[in-house]
Design a protein around this ligand. Structure first.
Ligand SMILES: [Zn+2]
Length: 488
């Protein structure tokens, strides 16, 4: 009798436990579904301007290598997708950061021939056929619209401009037959519910919030120069007078970067994801083969754990750049040429930087963010991804991690020094994701990142968006963890 009662009690307890478990599990699932639905509703009201589906840059460029001046004609078509009437447009004109010796972001040692100014001058702007008034404001250009542009209205902007490239070994600069042309053209800024995300001038980081757009570019350079750029090369034509004309096209591009090179050699390879091309100074090109092999392995890893790499080719250019060890652009990266040495694959630091820059193809390029206001979002993820590659694929020992937390709420304007910038955005950002992995496990963190990509591909995400995805995918409330990283 006693035995039977015990059995009955055990069965009842089991049924209650199972019911509780199912209820609890269902609750989590319901929470996830509801959250996904709420996200979709919010996404319908979400506005992004300029929008990648309706934004094309058609640019005709001529590089006068002797004077270091690029003559540009931009025909930009877009649509007012901001959800409100537009009275003005804001563009970033980054070359204007290099006008003044005291304010240039390039370090002093980059000016190998003494200070040399850089600038961007807009000569004429027409919006929908009407000549517009514009005002230069530091590294931005304000275009005042004579007529308000309503939601859904097409906008056609025509610009005549020229940009002077400084003699400086910098990401925007020229040295010994190498033009490094980052952010060299007038770039239409993002307008979100937070307002215009204008460009700025800081000596570290990327002081921009770049929207995704499509590009068709024709560039004429003196014949000895080879052009390496974002997007696909459609064709090249030799013109009279020893000039070469390149036709390039790229879709879903975060920003258009180009390099014009003399004395370089291209090393090519292919894996099942992309054509991989490395440009290296001729006399050191032999060592680039190892770089190509490593880049191929990194691209395969990220494509497997995050999502497919979005372009047909991936380009690496070794450049005489100071101030940055590497720089990321859509489908293209710059690396400091000092990394081009025998035994690249044994140089852990060089491989980590390569893995970091390639990871930006997912974090900054596919999922964009305001790199000035929230630099930790892309830098932290790029470092975390590189860390996963180093330990997971190469079997390296775990690297030293930042202990404790930092204030990830700091934007570039709040960073006291370059050290502060790295400590916050890179090491702090990486530690945020590592902490998440400790709590949720590797597979859940990958799920979260895949979901983040699926929801915000070609968009601009904020930390609130990321937190939403983390809680939605994990089914956990993580307010306390998030709060420990933000001291406001
Ligand atoms: Zn980075």
């Amino acid at each position: 009798m006693r035995g039977k009662m015990l059995w009955a009690a055990a069965i009842i307890a089991g049924v209650i436990c199972a019911a509780c478990f199912l209820y609890w599990d269902r609750n989590i699932l319901l929470g996830k579904e509801e959250k996904a639905l709420a996200w979709e509703q919010e996404a319908e009201n979400r506005r992004l301007f300029p929008h990648p589906d309706s934004t094309w840059y058609d640019m005709e460029l001529t590089l006068d290598a002797a004077s270091g001046i690029i003559y540009g004609h931009t025909f930009l078509t877009t649509r007012n997708t901001s959800g409100k009437a537009l009275k003005e447009l804001w563009f970033t004109a980054y070359p204007n950061a290099f006008k003044d010796k005291k304010r240039t972001p390039a370090p002093r040692e980059a000016y190998y021939a003494g200070f040399d100014e850089g600038w961007l001058k807009v000569e004429k702007i027409r919006v929908n056929g009407i000549t517009s008034v514009f005002v230069e404001k530091d590294v931005n250009i304000l275009v005042i619209l004579l007529e308000e542009m309503q939601e859904g209205e097409d906008i056609k902007i025509e610009m005549e401009w020229k940009a002077k490239v400084p003699k400086a070994s910098y990401r925007y600069g020229y040295k010994e037959g190498v033009f490094m042309l980052s952010y060299f053209y007038p770039m239409l800024n993002v307008l979100s519910e937070k307002g215009w995300h204008k460009g700025a001038n800081y000596p570290w980081g990327e002081p921009f919030c770049l929207p995704t757009a499509n590009y068709r570019v024709k560039i004429t350079v003196p014949a000895p120069y080879e052009v390496v750029a974002t997007g696909k090369e459609i064709g090249t034509i030799m013109r009279k007078g020893q000039n070469k004309e390149y036709h390039l096209e790229g879709r879903n591009i975060r920003d258009f970067c180009l390099a014009a090179l003399v004395g370089y050699q291209k090393i090519e390879g292919r894996n099942r994801i992309a054509d991989i091309k490395v440009w290296a100074p001729k006399e050191r090109a032999f060592w680039a083969k190892e770089v190509l092999t490593e880049a191929s392995s990194i691209l395969l890893f990220y494509s497997a754990v995050f999502c497919s790499y979005p372009y047909d080719d991936f380009k690496i250019v070794f450049v005489p750049m100071q101030g940055f060890e590497g720089m990321e652009y859509s489908g293209l990266i710059f690396l400091q040429e000092r990394f081009l040495q025998p035994g690249f694959a044994d140089n852990k630091k060089a491989v980590f930087i390569l893995a970091h820059e390639i990871a930006h193809q997912w974090w900054y390029n596919l999922v964009g963010n305001d790199q000035m206001a929230e630099p930790w979002l892309d830098e932290g993820l790029a470092d975390f991804s590189a860390y996963k590659y180093m330990t997971g694929v190469r079997g390296e020992k775990a690297l030293d991690r930042l202990q404790g937390t930092v204030n990830l709420g700091k934007g570039l304007k709040d960073m006291a020094s370059r050290k502060d910038y790295y400590q916050t955005a890179y090491y702090g950002g990486e530690a945020f994701f590592a902490g998440l992995e400790e709590m949720l496990g590797e597979e859940m963190v990958y799920n979260i990142l895949r979901s983040y990509l699926a929801h915000y591909k070609y968009d601009i995400a904020s930390r609130e968006d990321l937190f939403y995805i983390i809680e939605m995918e994990s089914g956990k409330k993580l307010d306390a963890y998030f709060a420990s990283w933000f001291k406001e």
